[in-house]
Design a protein around this ligand. Structure first.
Ligand code: SF4
Ligand code: SF4
Length: 78
């Protein structure tokens, strides 16, 4: 399944739980700080940078793990 995520940078506290949770290494901590001063999580722009080049599958593990409820998951309809 193909999926994508949207991370609300204003809610993120940079705890890395989503980075560790994603089986496909889609998420990384970026180099920009949000309004609270945290380096926030971002989805990698290129799926080839993810594990096995698979990109996001829409599994939602990241969103389940996020204590700030900062991640929305979208799944492509077939
Ligand atoms: S939905 Fe799954 S595959 Fe996509 S970024 Fe989150 S944990 Fe990774
Ligand atoms: S789990 Fe949530 S708060 Fe933690 S880094 Fe990921 S998006 Fe940010």
């Amino acid at each position: 399944m193909k999926g994508s995520i949207k991370i609300d940078s204003n809610l993120c506290k940079g705890c890395r739980l989503c980075v560790e949770a994603c089986p496909n290494e889609v998420i990384e901590i970026g180099s920009q700080r949000n309004g609270m001063g945290y380096f926030y999580a971002v989805a990698k722009k290129e799926s080839k940078e993810t594990r096995d080049g698979k990109g996001c599958t829409g599994c939602a593990l990241c969103a389940i793990m996020c204590p700030e409820v900062a991640i929305e998951v979208y799944r492509e309809k077939r």
